[in-house]
Design a protein around this ligand. Structure first.
Ligand code: UD1
Ligand code: CA
Length: 486
């Protein structure tokens, strides 16, 4: 169905969210990597309203800047005291220029609503010539929702809140989504007459339905088949329930686009993530923020990536990464910790028990085992020996290390930054590099190996070690004698 854009959308987000038992305002809780109010704002903006207004109150010092950051054009209205949903809409209308035509009202805690559903509501509202149109749904467990009360003709007569409902009314499982289209004039008129005579002592927006009807206006309903779009978050349990459903929807979308998801129940993908066809997600993968994965890459199992860009055909196994770029055909993990500022080139490797931070590891360069690489660049096709520490911090400041191209550094090195290692250089095992290594040089810093003969036999006499050494010495002596006599 097509419709005109609404004159205004008012998003209610001022409530306390008491049932969440959280220091964070309810609408800032997140599912799919986006706040509840963020989801609603995007759906609302999609209807291209002349004005978009968000009513904030509880926690407004946090909520208002969050809203502006997501949608700079949104009006932010303040409802200082939360006296009910009707009171909140009044605050919203006051913040807007005088609007005529259709006003959509929606709630900031109903995160799965979509632009299409809002547009369908608008279209039905206009084509039926309604004064008020409510979006409803039939849900398996209507507890806590306002119930849609219909008359003998099937028309909507009223909405009754859980706490005010009779047993018969509670048995109704068609619920109020909280999403309405109103003729602006009818809404303003009804708001002026809504009282507080109910179980909560609040001004209920839902009373506008009965008022409009009593005035002889046409009240309609659009029932959506997708009940999820009408579900609100009041509790932590509902938050996780809707978060899981959003994730199922996100994964279904990506599977339809050609992504392989081995185990959807343990795979979590934020709404801002982009995946190419033929990406494969193994069990236990979480992709957050603006993570992007190119075709043929295999992620997981057991990998968490936040704002990471993964190139074509890369392999990322049991890795925790953020704000990093992993090149095409690169190989990361298992058990890698890839921190912000890591850039791994094409065919590069960050191996097992390796931590990287602010590290540019060029094409074909490898850090295969047990190392820390911080504030560094490593040139093309260099190989860093196992157990190497880039000592970037002197206790006061961080310094950089530069390793050239085609270097071969030995096992268990320490590079004391700031320091440079020239192209094609090599280092011996256990080297502590404190000064620049010229291109092509071999750097060794450990002293010559020396032995204190029979130290164990003297100092540890009677131990298993001494006995073993004694036996070996005797065997060697016997073998030498044998050799002489043959
Ligand atoms: C409301 C509806 C109920 C509907 C349900 C759908 C009313 C009276 N009840 O109940 O019929 O089935 O939503 O999810 O409208 N808010 C304000 N200012 C206030 C009070 C609330 O901005 O003074 C905001 C809240 O932040 C929230 C929304 O309005 O986003 C709904 O408020 P909430 O208290 O969650 O209402 P419900 O009890 O869920
Ligand atoms: Ca609610």
């Amino acid at each position: 169905m097509t419709s005109h854009p609404p004159a205004a959308v008012v998003v209610l987000a001022a409530g306390g969210g008491t049932r969440m038992r959280s220091a964070t305002p309810k609408v800032l809780h997140r599912i799919g990597g986006r706040s509840l109010v963020g989801h609603v704002l995007l759906a609302a903006r999609g209807t291209q309203p002349d004005h978009l207004c968000v009513v904030v109150g509880h926690g407004r010092d946090e909520v208002a800047p969050h809203v502006t950051a997501i949608d700079r054009a949104a009006f932010v209205a303040v409802q200082a005291q939360q006296l009910g949903t009707a009171h909140a809409v009044l605050a919203g209308l006051e913040a807007l220029p005088m609007v005529e035509g259709t006003v959509l009202v929606t709630y900031g805690d109903v995160p799965l609503q979509t632009t299409e559903t809002l547009a369908d509501l608008m279209a039905a509202h206009e084509s039926d010539g309604n004064a008020v149109t409510v979006l409803t749904a039939q849900v398996p467990d209507p507890f806590g929702y306002g119930r849609i009360i219909r008359d003998d003709t099937g028309a909507v007569a009223a909405i009754v809140e859980e706490k005010d409902a009779t047993d018969d009314q509670r048995a109704v499982n068609e619920i109020n989504s909280g999403i309405f289209a109103y003729q602006a004039a009818v809404l303003r008129d009804a708001l002026g007459r809504i009282g507080t005579d109910n179980a909560k002592g609040e001004m209920y927006l839902t009373d506008a339905v009965a008022i409009a009807r009593a005035d002889g206006h046409r009240v309609g309903a659009v029932r959506t088949d997708d009940g999820w779009q009408t579900e609100g978050v009041n509790t932590r349990a509902q938050l996780s329930r809707l978060g899981a459903e959003l994730n199922r929807r996100t994964l279904s979308h990506w599977m339809a686009e050609g992504v392989e998801v081995i185990d959807p129940t343990t795979t979590w993908v934020d709404v801002g993530v982009l995946l190419a066809a033929d990406v494969s997600l193994e069990p236990g993968v979480q992709l957050h923020g603006s993570t992007q994965v190119a075709s043929g890459a295999v992620i997981g199992p057991d990998t968490t990536l936040t704002d990471v860009v993964v190139g074509v055909g890369a392999r990322v196994v049991r890795t925790h990464g953020s704000q990093a770029v992993l090149g095409a055909g690169s190989h990361v993990g298992p058990f890698a910790y890839v921190r912000p500022g890591t850039v791994l080139g094409t065919g590069g490797r960050i191996g097992t028990f390796v931590e990287t931070k602010n590290a540019e590891i060029a094409d074909g360069a490898k850090v295969p085992h047990l190392s820390y690489v911080g504030d560094a660049e490593i040139g093309t096709h260099s190989n860093i020996g196992a157990g190497t520490i880039f000592a970037n911090y002197d206790g006061l400041a961080k310094h950089r290390t530069s390793v050239g191209a085609h270097c071969r550094t030995g096992a268990n090195n320490t590079f004391v930054a700031p320091v440079d290692i020239g192209d094609g250089a090599a280092t011996g095992a256990g080297t502590v590099v404190r000064r620049a290594v010229p291109p092509g040089a071999l750097s060794v810093s450990t002293g010559p190996q020396r032995h204190v003969e029979d130290w164990v036999l003297r100092k540890r006499a009677g131990t298993a070690a001494a006995d073993a050494a004694m036996a070996a010495t005797e065997a060697a002596a016997a073998a030498a004698t044998e050799e002489e006599h043959s």
